[in-house]
Design a protein around this ligand. Structure first.
Ligand code: MN
Length: 139
């Protein structure tokens, strides 16, 4: 099946945040799939790898750090841009997210507009994979 719009996997256990972020992303033309737990996120990312992942760190089951580490271990998900979305604003949390394999870090509360801009930037500008390899632009 031909893909018509960029896909975003939103891993977020807070319902309000899920509604706000998915609504604004859909408004801007993204196709959004949603996971409430880390395990759901893992299953969705593997069954249907998205173009970008928005990753809440504090989710039930395996947390966003561990989920990111696992996704980096599978070829099909290893180079998907992962944007951490978390209320943990400490520099150590940011470092931990980056060490786990996240590419970017947004602190909640986060303006929906900023989420969209960050997703768009990762889709549009190419990216450096966490292994240091350059990966192709997503069309
Ligand atoms: Mn959470």
């Amino acid at each position: 099946m031909q893909k018509t719009s960029p896909t975003v996997l939103l891993v977020e256990d807070n319902e309000d945040n899920r509604i706000v972020f998915s609504t604004v992303l859909q408004h801007f033309g993204y196709e959004v799939s949603q996971a409430v737990t880390g395990d759901e996120g893992l299953a969705l990312a593997q069954s249907n790898p998205p173009d970008v992942i928005l990753m809440d760190i504090s989710v039930p089951g395996i947390d966003g750090f561990e989920l990111t580490r696992r996704l980096r271990g599978f070829q099909s998900t290893a180079s998907i841009p992962i944007i951490a979305l978390t209320a943990h604003a400490l520099a150590s949390d940011k470092r931990k997210a980056m060490e786990a394999g996240c590419d970017d870090f947004l602190t909640k509360p986060c303006e929906p507009k900023r989420v969209v801009e960050t997703v768009r930037r990762w889709l549009a500008s190419g990216r450096k994979a966490t292994n240091g390899n350059q990966v192709p632009l997503i069309p």
